[in-house]
Design a protein around this ligand. Structure first.
Ligand SMILES: [Mg+2]
Length: 239
């Protein structure tokens, strides 16, 4: 391996290292059955659209994560049923949230191997968005915690947030690489600062996180199909 090209590698958690969105997909389906039983006629797309709209409006109040999601489900249910949603249904939504918060952490193929290979050479930072307690508990249960020198659970992933983390850790943006599934959260803000990025698209991602990556990003952005290739890609980058 040649000279080290990066002083810090940041890695996203949800839908990059471990599955996440599929729990949300399942929760939206349960929500859809509940709404149908309450006599409201709405198709799956319409329901997803209604939930997403509420969630986006609520980010400024509750941030990202399961707690925010369930409050948005309850609010959407109240609106769609014109206030007729019952206490039992709300209790069921709260149970859905608790099962999401405690569901098994399942890693993507190659996640463990990639971190094992990289953590010998690079300081790694988990940079993840969501509920503090939930994100920390997922990291503990993932068995990956020992590979990370830093853990940053943030409310938003904007250029300013990345800049603050890098300045606190004493890392030049040009010496920082971020790995993640979300163009909006993991890739574009880091490229905007002058850093580099590896985009690993997930089969399932929240619609809000999807955004077209512009073409012509050049040598600072690589797209990988799987984490299995991550360590080799980074070491070739460094050579
Ligand atoms: Mg993610």
């Amino acid at each position: 391996m040649g000279e080290r090209r990066f002083d810090l590698i940041g890695i996203d958690g949800d839908d990059t290292l471990w599955h996440n969105e599929r729990d949300y997909v399942e929760a939206r389906e349960r929500f859809g059955r509940m709404i149908a039983l309450s006599g409201v006629a709405a198709g799956p797309d319409e329901l997803t659209e209604a939930i997403n709209r509420t969630e986006l409006q609520n980010i400024r109040y509750y941030g990202y994560g399961v707690s925010s999601f369930v409050l948005s489900l309850i609010e959407t249910a109240i609106r769609l049923t014109d206030g007729r949603i019952g206490g039992r249904d709300i209790a069921e939504l709260l149970e859905v949230a608790k099962s999401m918060l405690t569901s098994e952490v399942e890693l993507f193929e190659g996640a463990r191997e990639a971190l094992e290979a990289l953590s010998g050479t690079y300081p790694l930072a988990l940079i993840t968005k969501g509920d503090l307690l939930h994100q920390r508990s997922k990291l503990e249960r993932s068995g990956l915690a020992r590979h990370f020198r830093h853990v940053e659970v943030v409310s938003h992933k904007t250029p300013d947030v990345y800049r603050e983390i890098l300045s606190r850790l004493g890392v030049e943006p040009s010496r920082f690489l971020m790995v993640g599934n979300s163009p909006r959260s993991d890739i574009l803000p880091v490229l905007a600062l002058g850093g580099s990025a590896v985009h690993v698209p997930a089969a399932l991602s929240w619609a809000h996180e999807e955004e077209e990556l512009p073409s012509g990003l050049g040598s600072r952005c690589v797209v990988l199909r799987s984490l299995l290739d991550l360590a080799d890609t980074i070491s070739e980058w460094s050579a």
